[in-house]
Write a protein that binds this ligand. Structure first.
Ligand SMILES: [Fe+2]
Ligand SMILES: [Fe+2]
Length: 177
């Protein structure tokens, strides 16, 4: 038997042995509990960002602000999608997603904000995006090669947050003229 075949058999044996662990195999190198904790903070961040953008969408609709509200709504939907992906990954890792509203703001990296002027709302969004970019970059570095699936997801979220920050920066220069 060649070594490749032997490896496959060993992999299969280990996969069957720990079938209860779902997607997590002996080849998972990260600290699973820690990854789940970190992902629950990301989930809180994405949820707070969804709520903030949704709030801004409804407030901007009241102000005369053609085009701005649709941007807020689009971002709200994308943050919701991020939250769903993170919750899904937590489940795959055998964890429980924490969507308890109690403590949500404390678990989140970014804040909800209280701006009512359009310019202030956009500034809050920009700050929140920049915080997400900073913390997600750290998480990507921390995961490294230990959990490539979670890292890849975080890289995709990071790329989207960079796009969001760019959108908000452009919007800010438009409305503050
Ligand atoms: Fe996001
Ligand atoms: Fe974002």
């Amino acid at each position: 038997m060649n070594t490749f075949q032997a490896d496959i058999e060993e992999i299969r044996r280990r996969a069957l042995e720990k079938i209860d662990d779902g997607a997590v195999t002996a080849f998972y190198k990260a600290d699973r509990d820690k990854v789940i904790d970190v992902l629950n903070e990301v989930l809180a961040t994405e949820t707070v960002c969804t709520l903030r953008y949704r709030g801004h969408y409804f407030m901007a609709k009241g102000i005369h602000s053609s085009g701005v509200e649709s941007e807020f709504l689009q971002h709200a939907r994308e943050e919701q999608d991020h939250a769903d992906r993170v919750a899904q990954r937590i489940t795959e890792l055998g964890g429980t997603q924490n969507l308890n509203p109690e403590g949500l703001a404390t678990r989140s990296h970014a804040q909800y904000g209280n701006g009512v002027r359009l310019e202030d709302m956009i500034k809050e969004d920009l700050i929140a995006e920049r915080i997400a970019i900073a913390t997600y970059s750290e998480i990507v570095r921390w995961l490294g090669a230990d959990d490539p699936t979670t890292r890849r997801m975080m890289e995709e979220l990071l790329a989207k947050e960079e796009e969001h920050a760019d959108d908000m920066a452009k919007l800010l220069s438009r409305v503050s003229k």
